[in-house]
Design a protein around this ligand. Structure first.
Ligand code: RFL
Length: 402
């Protein structure tokens, strides 16, 4: 499946160079390899680092179906947990939404992202796939020709060159794919002005639901990961360093905002990871530049407020795999031609819901008239969600769907 050009100048030749071994890149590479398409994954990190990078955990029903379709769901069926309830806590009260019984009746599967990445990686390597770890893509050149080249820094520091028919930019928001787009590419960007301290606690979940606490001191969130690990979020002032708060202060603040006195204590344990997350969203448009295609966080960054990022990455990777397979095996490029527009429809819908969630969960700081107005709107939104069946169906459909 190579194009028969001499290999003397570029060192390596393949059909598809995939940048990044995250959920997007590894799913894409697995599907391509299953179809007998030559591909290589270039990954900046070492293998050990991938195994410990804890991020997402809530997989949508669509994501599970995609993984099942490609025989990649064994791990999540064995170790993932179904999840279908969220609980909102406010200054005045709390209510639960069993979203699994609303909308389209779909639920999440809780499965840590690093486990999914581990499964995809093992399967790819076992099938004979090539991952070049500790290899950083620097740029994609000649993407507007039929012979794009990826320049890279090899593990020993020497430059490398990878020539392909197509390049899949799955290397996240700071990757080489984004940097290699032409100046005319639009980047729609929104900084939400909200910062979360993302925490992983070595403690079992404290409630059998995703917990969203809306509080005058700021948002707090609770999300199960495994029976021993729980993710918490605490809204903090922008610019707060990750280590600014002691463990005790973190737990006291979580207790206060989640109304632990009224609704039951949180199970405490050591905080084993902290990340400062500035809530921001962006969308690149188009997601294609000649023979370079973007997927996952490289294509669009979405705030984690609605747990959409990894799910979009999976959806896009499958679409791109299908399009590349049609082009390379059958000479049919329609999928490649429509790839960007199809993904953007899903991306904007997810952005819209994510944005709605941000508005639901946070108010602006302060006590002036505008703040009070916003907070009353937020209360009204929560009230609708609590009392209106059609609003609940809408929420469920968008919350689990991509
Ligand atoms: P990834 O996972 O960032 O993988 C990109 C890979 O590319 C590598 N890389 C390079 N490799 C070669 N050359 C270069 N120049 C490179 N530059 C980068 C990186 O090392 C990395 O291995 O992107 P991908 O595959 O697009 O997947 C996206 C998801 O990781 C992301 O959207 C989610 O983690 C977002 N997210 C969540 N999404 C959900 O669907 N559900 C959740 O519950 C959820 N929780 C979260 C999240 C993101 C979080 N952070 C990072 C803010 C919770 C958190 C705290």
């Amino acid at each position: 499946m190579t194009d028969g050009h001499p290999t003397s100048a570029p060192d390596h030749l393949t059909d598809v160079v995939v940048l990044g071994a995250g959920p997007a890149g590894l799913l894409l590479a697995n599907i391509l390899l299953d179809h007998g398409i030559d591909c290589v994954v270039l990954e900046r990190a070492g293998r050990a680092a991938l195994a410990t990078r804890a991020r997402a955990g809530f997989l949508a029903a669509h994501t599970v179906r995609v993984l099942e379709r490609h025989g990649l769901a064994d791990g999540l069926h064995r170790r993932g947990q179904p999840h279908s309830t969220c609980e909102f806590r406010t200054e005045e009260s709390r209510f639960r939404l069993d979203y699994g019984g609303l909308g389209q009746g779909e639920q999440h599967t809780v499965y840590p992202q690093q486990e999914l990445v581990g499964d995809l990686l093992r399967r790819f390597l076992a099938a004979g796939g090539q991952v070049r770890f500790a290899t950083e893509a620097m740029a994609i050149v000649d993407a507007d020709t039929e012979r794009p080249v990826v320049t890279a820094r090899e593990p020993d520091g020497r430059p490398g060159r990878w020539r392909a028919r197509y390049v899949a930019g799955c290397d996240g928001r700071h990757g080489a794919a984004r940097r290699s787009l032409p100046a005319g590419t639009a980047r729609h960007h929104r900084d939400h002005g909200v910062t979360w301290l993302g925490l992983l606690a070595e403690a079992p979940p404290s409630l059998d639901a995703v917990g969203y606490a809306v509080h005058e001191r700021g948002f707090a969130g609770h999300m199960a990961r495994t029976s021993e690990i729980t993710r918490y979020y605490l809204q903090c002032a922008p610019g707060t360093p990750a280590d600014a708060w002691s463990q005790e202060r973190i737990w006291d603040e979580l207790d206060r905002r989640m109304h632990a006195k009224a609704y039951g204590p949180l199970v405490r344990g050591p905080i084993v990871q902290r990340t400062v997350v500035d809530l921001a969203s962006d969308v690149l448009e188009p997601l294609r530049h000649g023979t370079l295609f973007l997927a996952g966080d490289a294509a669009a960054l979405i705030s984690p407020s609605a747990a959409k990022g990894a799910n979009l990455a999976v959806l896009e990777a499958e679409l791109l795999a299908r399009a590349l397979t049609d082009a390379l095996l059958h000479g049919d490029t329609e999928g490649l031609d429509t790839y960007s527009a199809r993904c953007l429809t899903h991306i904007w819908r997810a952005q819209e819901f994510s944005h709605w969630m941000i508005g639901l969960l946070h108010g602006p700081p302060g006590t002036d008239g505008a703040t009070r107005f916003h907070n009353n709107l937020r209360r009204a939104r929560l009230h609708s969600l609590r009392t209106s069946r059609s609003q609940q169906d809408w929420f469920a459909e968008h919350y689990v769907g991509v």
